[in-house]
Design a protein around this ligand. Structure first.
Ligand SMILES: [Zn+2]
Length: 172
């Protein structure tokens, strides 16, 4: 197991449309377990391969309650088949450190993906799982949660984020 480096906005890898995965080998299995390890260490509830600099359609999630058992989920080539309802919850992102904002999402989603060995699977997600799926699948299309804010909020974000980055630089 190893902890991977998380790429931060505005790293260009975060803007790419990630490539579909066609080979389900031990390398893919290793990448998924390193991503899970990296996500738990951060800590976070989801991580997409582009966030560790790999532009491939792979995400890992675990939105189980913090005091319960871990429920790691690995989804290869995930896509949203259906959406229902609307919600607006505060989100953050490991690639956009120390910034949080409310984002409008679908309340429930039906997601199709492949398991790590290529087995097709479909699930219905709601609550935090639904939000997390939408957030992580966005990453595979080069979309960050801040891209979903209103133009005004987005320009406020840019100013605030610049300050956050400057402060981080001073701390290094
Ligand atoms: Zn994210």
């Amino acid at each position: 197991m190893s902890i991977l480096r998380i790429h931060h906005y505005p790293d260009p890898v975060l803007k790419l449309k990630a490539e579909r995965i066609t080979v389900f080998d031990t390398e893919l299995r290793a990448l998924a377990s390193h991503m899970l390890e990296t996500m738990y260490a951060a800590p976070g509830v989801g991580l997409a391969a582009p966030q560790v600099g790999i532009s491939r359609r792979l995400i890992v999630l675990d939105c189980s309650p913090k005091d319960g058992d871990r429920q790691p989920l690995v989804a290869v080539n995930p896509e949203i088949l259906a959406r229902e309802g609307e919600c607006c919850e505060e989100e953050g992102c490991l690639s956009v450190p120390e910034y949080y904002a409310k984002v409008v999402r679908s309340e429930k989603v039906r997601v199709r993906f492949q398991e790590i060995d290529g087995t097709p699977r479909e699930i219905e997600a709601d609550g935090l799982w639904a939000i997390c799926f939408q957030h992580e699948i966005d990453h595979l299309d080069g979309i960050l949660f801040v891209d979903r804010l209103s133009p005004l909020k987005r320009s406020l974000f840019r100013k605030k984020y610049q300050k956050i980055q400057e402060q981080r630089q001073e701390q290094l």
